[in-house]
Design a protein around this ligand. Structure first.
Ligand code: AMP
Ligand code: ZN
Ligand code: FE
Ligand code: FE
Length: 296
């Protein structure tokens, strides 16, 4: 790898049309290059279907690439826990079973949302939702985009506030894995598990976050997403210290979704950029097959 490549900034958390982003995997890669990034990880929800296309697009551009995935885990309301899996083998049978199960959870939930919306007088069909998603992983942002287009709400955010978010009129949860299951399955798929956007756990104090993180580390977590669009400067500093305390890898990304999250630009997370060294350390760990397995 050239020295030029190892300089600069990266994005380790973004979504494509393989899940609920609006740019194709190749378009996300192109945008990363045009934005001056030197490396990218694609982390679609519940699927690795986009990583082959992204890897093929990245190679000729000299952009370094890591395959990834983002999985929602069980966690007490009103928090949410998402786990990132980096370096997963897209051909792994464990990964195939895992993603099939996660997508089945969505396929059970989405018709319930649509039926409730219909009861509320909103005209929307599953056919429309599937067409909007253009793929296999159908998420709430796809439903939100239809509600915006039809004029029921004036923004994606408004769609979540009124209908789709946890306190919305048409909210239904989907089947989730426990953190233990998600961590184990990511590892069995050849990947390394990292806690996404810890801010979304909505822990009420540092001691509680410390406790949750300690449990995850004991289960095999190897990293924590220190930089993220939802995390401000002081939060980034606190999470950086926590990562060091538990000898965890630091990761960071924008959580770019294209037009489904208009306020987020690829490579920028709440005004911050993610250093190249973090990508290199993660990729080195993936290549070592690093497991950071704590003593039993
Ligand atoms: P799903 O995977 O179908 O449960 O939907 C989760 C997606 O919806 C993720 O991309 C979230 O970032 C997005 N999302 C969740 N809550 C909101 C919100 N209040 N406003 C906008 N997007 C949201
Ligand atoms: Zn998403
Ligand atoms: Fe997330
Ligand atoms: Fe995400």
């Amino acid at each position: 790898m050239s020295d030029v490549n190892r300089n600069g900034f990266v994005d380790m958390h973004c979504h494509s049309t393989a899940s609920d982003g609006t740019l194709s995997p190749a378009q996300v890669v192109r945008l990363a290059k045009d934005s001056g990034l030197s490396a990218l990880a694609l982390t679609d929800h519940d699927t690795a279907a986009g990583v082959g296309e992204a890897a093929s697009a990245a190679a000729p551009l000299g952009l370094d690439f890591l395959p990834g995935i983002e999985i929602s885990c069980e966690y007490p309301h009103p928090g949410t826990m998402h786990l990132l899996g980096y370096g997963i083998d897209p051909g792994s049978p464990v990964l195939r079973d895992l993603t099939a199960r996660l997508i089945a959870g969505r396929d059970n939930r989405n018709p319930k949302i649509v039926a409730r919306l219909n009861e509320l007088g909103v005209s929307i069909t599953m056919d429309e939702v599937e067409a909007e998603s253009g793929g296999i992983v159908v998420g709430r942002p796809h439903i939100a985009a239809i509600l915006v287009r039809k004029g029921y709400v004036n923004s994606i955010r408004h769609a979540f506030d009124k209908y789709l978010g946890t306190t919305g009129l048409a909210y239904f949860d989907k089947e989730r894995l426990t953190a233990r299951q998600a961590i184990e399955l990511v590892r069995q798929s050849g990947g390394l598990p990292v806690l996404a956007h810890p801010i979304q756990l909505r822990t009420t104090n540092d001691a509680e976050l410390d406790r949750v993180l300690k449990e995850l580390v004991d289960l095999g977590l190897v990293g924590v997403e220190v930089i993220h669009s939802d995390q401000d400067r002081s939060t980034v500093e606190r999470y950086g210290k926590l990562a060091e305390k538990y000898n965890l890898l630091k990761t960071g990304g924008s959580d770019f979704h294209g037009a489904n999250k208009r306020d987020i630009s690829l490579g920028l997370a709440n005004g911050r950029r993610v250093p190249r060294e973090w990508f290199d350390a993660l990729r080195d760990a993936v290549q070592r097959g690093d497991r950071h397995t704590p003593a039993p």
